[in-house]
Design a protein around this ligand. Structure first.
Ligand code: DMJ
Length: 627
């Protein structure tokens, strides 16, 4: 990652955003730093780690005693509530935290209970995003750990029950991807597929934060369909980026039109960026790295008002929301992974100054008025700032991050602890408690705190000491880079292309049935009637979509990337575009079709919406040499 450019000159910044300049000037006096003598000693780190462990069990035991097998705990009234799908959500989300804490007994009996009792053939409409990151991710992480000696937590009696559950669940989510853009619906019914009245509007994070879990599942089951649909969703989103390389917050999954054009790194978009980089880190798939580099560069150029980030209109770059929102706080942690530490340090300090001011971060803090944004006053036990604190401590070993962690523990213990767990804070100015405890409190918030102080005390956990590298999902789930996950060959896919894999030629989804690749037939799982409306009615034999596992000789690197950023529409797809002229208005959304010519050569044909010429400058460029 190249060093960040200086984004604004002082005068330029005053012109563009005077209130931010003012904030920059005064922030150090409004939110003074701790003095150095507060530094946490190694002995204190050990005590704090133990305190976090006690926090975990206070909440986990409260959940198990009063809420399990319901999804989440009402920590004040000591009751359970079903919030997502009625499938012991908090237990699934907690599995790998139990592993980190070395609680073999609870991990084993939890895995056994889930294997015997969990079922997904239920008439529930669930969020594709939340179900993926919390449930699918929790199951896969626990499976990878429980099935492998090298994790040190293998369960001898374990027989892949969680993997089978994960596969069953993911197949029930697949109907959501049956859209003209490839971007999934936000919700799907686990029994009946997508309801005909389901909203066609989804968030960018919702559509673009599925690649890790689905990609792992493909590599574990040898069925590329999971990896494929989620990669196409990312391509579908990225193909619709603005000329500034920004994405909006909400999009119509049928027309591909942005319905909310505010670009930012927080609410509704955050983990889209996160999974671009992490999918590259876990799978080594350079396509994700390429998109990440472009997306990150644009974010740092248009959204970064050092040390803060704002929301801008994705087309014009004009600031629309001068807000810090608490979901943005994962960004410094991501920057650590990207190797861009200096801006991460400054941004973390700014975000932490908000925490210090209120004892928690509000969902929204207005950078113009320097006050809590009305309607965004709560702190629902979010992990993001703690997550970034952990990554920055890991990268720098600067004790100020331990001081920050200690402050966060103090806030949680004095402000949020309630009889059976930890309560949401409904207003950070009055510290009023609310009777909810999101499952991510145990999956992420406590996990990152524990990891922070474990690292300082002399690490004793599988992430630091084990043989595998671990990628953390956006829900904090641990994905070990086992050979099966990380060294599997990339699954290739082509829209409108033939691809040779050995002597097997895949020409269309319908041709896959009955072949060895029949498992990959996308028609199999889509729709409530088990048929794909896309595959059955919208593809012709000439321009086809094929799912092929393995390497793809015959395509250059550039060709591979060239076909990566196309809208998943082609003239042969029977879909009424008469009203979506805007979709192609910037000329960026275009299809590049590779057909096989004589002598195994490849012929490139550009298919463009509304015949808008696409200049060379508009074509995706590969900048991998910049790494
Ligand atoms: C978690 O479910 C995940 O971290 C997600 O990416 C964002 N929201 C919550 C935590 O705030």
């Amino acid at each position: 990652m190249s060093a960040p450019r200086l984004l604004f000159s002082v005068s330029g910044m005053m012109e563009r955003a005077p209130f931010l300049f003012l904030l920059l000037l005064i922030s150090s006096s409004v939110f003074p730093r701790r003095c150095i003598s507060d530094t946490v000693t190694p002995r204190e780190a050990l005590l704090l780690r133990n305190e976090v462990r006690e926090m975990f069990y206070h909440a986990f035991n409260g959940y198990m005693k009063y809420a399990f097998p319901k999804d989440e705990l009402r920590p004040s009234s000591c009751e359970g509530e079903d919030t997502l799908g009625s499938y012991a959500l908090t237990l699934i989300d907690s599995l790998d935290t139990l592993v980190l804490l070395g609680d073999r007994e609870q991990f084993t009996c939890s895995v056994e209970w889930i294997g015997k009792n969990l079922q997904f053939n239920i008439n529930k409409t669930v969020s594709v995003f939340e179900t993926t990151i919390r449930v699918l991710g929790g199951l896969l992480s626990a499976h990878l750990i429980a099935s492998d000696y090298a994790t040190g937590m293998r369960i001898p009696t374990y027989e892949d029950q969680l993997l089978h559950l994960a596969e069953d669940l993911a197949r029930r989510l697949l109907p959501a991807f049956d859209t003209p853009t490839g971007i999934p619906f936000g919700s799907v019914n686990l029994l009946y597929g997508v309801d005909e009245h389901e909203s066609k509007i989804t968030s960018t994070a919702g559509g673009g934060t599925l690649t890790l879990e689905f990609g792992i599942l493909s590599r574990l089951t040898n069925d590329p369909v999971f990896e494929e649909v989620t990669k196409n969703a990312v391509r579908g989103l990225w193909a619709r980026r603005s000329k500034l390389d920004l994405v909006g917050a909400h999009i119509n999954v049928f027309t591909g039109e942005w319905t909310q054009k505010d670009a930012g790194i927080g609410t509704s978009i955050d983990s889209f960026y996160e999974y671009l980089l992490k999918a590259y880190l876990l799978f080594g798939d350079e396509e994700y790295l390429y998109i990440f580099q472009e997306a990150y560069g644009a974010a740092m150029h248009y959204l970064h008002n050092d040390p803060w980030y704002v929301e801008v209109n994705m087309d014009s770059g004009a600031i629309v929301w001068p807000l810090f929102n608490s979901l943005q706080a994962f960004w410094p942690g991501l920057q650590v992974l990207a190797g861009d530490i200096d801006p991460a340090i400054r941004t973390h300090a700014a975000f932490f100054s908000v925490w210090k001011r209120y004892g928690f971060t509000p969902e929204g803090f207005n950078l113009a008025t320097l006050s809590v944004q009305n309607g965004q006053r709560s702190y629902p036990l979010r992990p993001e700032l703690i997550e970034s604190t952990y990554w920055l401590y890991k990268a720098t070993r600067d004790p100020r991050y331990l001081d920050a962690g200690r402050d966060m523990i103090t806030s949680l213990q004095y402000g949020a602890r309630c009889p059976c767990g930890y309560c949401h804070i409904s207003d950070v100015e009055h510290h009023k408690q609310e009777d909810h405890m999101e499952s991510f409190f145990l999956a992420e918030t406590v996990k990152y705190l524990w990891l922070l102080f474990d690292l300082a005390a002399g690490p004793d956990n599988i992430v630091e000491n084990g043989p595998y590298k671990y990628t953390f999902s956006t829900e904090g789930h641990l994905f070990p880079a086992t050979p099966q996950v990380s060294l599997a060959k990339e699954h290739c896919s082509y829209l409108g292309a033939f691809c040779w894999s050995g002597d097997m030629r895949i020409e269309s989804p319908s041709m896959e049935a009955g072949t060895e690749m029949g498992k990959t037939n996308v028609t199999k799982f889509y729709g409530r009637d088990g048929r794909s409306s896309l595959a059955s009615s919208t593809y012709s034999a000439d321009h086809v979509s094929g799912l092929i596992k393995g390497s793809c000789p015959g395509l250059t690197h550039g060709q591979k990337f060239g076909i990566s950023y196309i809208a998943s529409t082609s003239p042969d797809i029977i879909y009424d575009h008469s009203n979506d002229h805007n979709e192609y208005s910037d000329g960026r959304i275009h299809s590049v079709i590779y057909n096989q010519g004589p002598d195994n050569t490849w012929i490139e044909t550009e298919m463009k919406g509304n015949d808008i010429p696409v200049s060379d400058a508009d074509k995706p460029q590969v900048h991998l040499d910049e790494r």
